[in-house]
Design a protein around this ligand. Structure first.
Ligand code: PLP
Length: 223
């Protein structure tokens, strides 16, 4: 329903502090619905599949001031395509992928903004750095000069209580601060991509700068 996307976006925007950027997650959302979100003022859109994003971007090419964010699991054979289609990649989840993106970015003469995906708690169903591994890899990540490393991204495991989710987000914020204090030349930690429809209020409390919202804006998906 056309008015309802607009209404929901307006409601969410009024509930967000001004420094928090709304990233509208449009997987399984039609290009027409994306246009409505655009008309309601959204300029940041996220997809989790390369092919789906590619066809929507063709349909939406007139909306030239959209910033596209990739938030899905990125296979290395799709990395080049991702750099061609997206200005941001939130889901850089290991050193090998970071290095591959860095090399491809050089070849394509692009400087993508990226977040490092981190798992604060063990979660076999998700990819991402453990805290220990991330701290170990920082000095090598700092050599990836074609990446603009902007901060951290996290998704809490399913089934946690609110207080535990808040704790995951707070620990992510603290980790970003710790890393920022190490003053790496090519690693910035000012962005915290955390919070989805069910938990973004907690993420905002803990210091999120970007929330990735799908269902609450566009309604339920099939999967
Ligand atoms: C689907 C997805 C979202 C949005 O989830 P909702 O619960 O629909 O808001 C956010 N982040 C990632 C990584 C996703 O895959």
């Amino acid at each position: 329903m056309s008015s309802s996307i607009r209404t929901r976006i307006a409601q969410v925007l009024t509930s967000l502090p001004p420094q928090v950027r709304l990233i509208a997650v449009t997987k399984q959302v039609s290009s027409d619905a994306i246009k409505e979100a655009y008309e309601a003022g959204v300029r940041d859109f996220a997809e989790s599949r390369i092919q789906e994003a590619a066809s929507k971007q063709v349909e939406l090419q007139d909306l030239s001031d959209i910033t596209w964010h990739f938030i899905g699991n990125l296979q290395s054979n799709k990395a080049k395509k991702a750099l061609e289609l997206f200005q941001w990649i939130h889901s850089v989840d290991d050193l090998k992928l970071a290095q591959r993106l860095n090399q491809l970015a050089e070849e394509l003469s692009v400087k993508p903004k990226v977040c490092l995906q981190v798992k604060i708690l063990p979660d076999p169903s998700k990819s991402g750095w453990t805290v220990t591994q991330l701290l170990t890899d920082l000095s090598t990540l700092n050599l990836c000069k074609n990446l603009q490393i902007q901060g951290l991204m996290t998704i809490p495991p399913l089934g946690l209580k609110e207080s535990e989710i808040l704790d995951v987000f707070s620990r992510t914020t603290q980790l970003a601060q710790e890393i920022q204090e190490q003053n790496y030349e090519h690693i910035q930690m000012h962005e915290l991509s955390m919070g989805m429809s069910g938990d973004y209020h907690l993420a905002v409390k803990a210091g999120a700068t970007m929330v990735r919202l799908g269902t609450i804006l566009f309604g339920g998906r099939n999967i």
